[in-house]
Design a protein around this ligand. Sequence first.
Ligand code: ASP
Length: 311
Amino acid sequence: MKAIIIHGGVRVYGKLKENPERVDELRKAVKMGYETLIEGGSALDAVEASVRYMEDSPLFNAGYGSSLNILGEVELDASIMDGRSLRAGAVGGVKGVRHAITLARAIMEETPHILLVGEGARKFASIIGMEVNEDLVYEARKQLYEAYMKGVGKKGFPSYLPSPELIRNYLADTVGAVAVDDKGRLAAATSTGGIMMKLPGRVGDSAIIGAGTYANEAGACSGTGVGEAAMKVLGAKQVVDLISEGTHPQKAVEEVLRRLWEKTKTPFGFIAIDREGNIGYAHSGVGLWYAFSKGGVIEAHVERRRVKVEE
Ligand code: ASP
């Protein structure tokens, strides 16, 4: 049964504000992916379509609207994986490319490699005809950056490091999608500007196959939260491994969130899907933005209920 579930990031700490506009954008993004499936597109086409929609929206931390690094620049991470073939493509710290997910897919389909970073990734994008000089800085992100920079040096943390407080409050809005098509093929995709005020060159879980994105013939998963935590435990791979053993995607995401907390004491969020179109979504923070489409039903919400973890 074809189905798709997407996320618009997790808020890990602080307050979660109502944001009907974002929920609406999520609904449109998931519709885009589902319509791709209805028109005969593959699971890969569907996850790419939904993620591209969110990369275009300034309301998410991906493509246009991304978080800024400590130099005020946008550096993007993204990855995509085809479950049946285990083929994958990823990009780390690339500048000027709005649709990092499409670049990741091109790396998967047109090169023998999985991950290209920085200038090399940008050069490859240019060779295949993608626009590589886009201004992806959104005004609201710039204001946040400027407000932060005023405080640098005054709050007791070095100017070249993002403070833990800042990471807590401003980490959010990364996007991801997982889908299954009528042929039972699964795919996963994740795209982000990463953590606000990150060091230049920092690459997070969204670019790392197994950490923020994974798919095989049984399941697919995309994650969101402080990337370094998911990289320590390869969170997305763990979720898909549980699904491969017969665990329902909902139980799988909850179990891995508990393990991730136990090992890293860090809240996180995951979405997942299996071959039958069963979906899972959960987080151990304050809220997870998500939407799914399945059997003609479209739902978009913020999930506030959090998985219980041992504090
Ligand atoms: N996981 C992303 C990163 O660490 C951030 C996020 O999910 O909001 O780059």
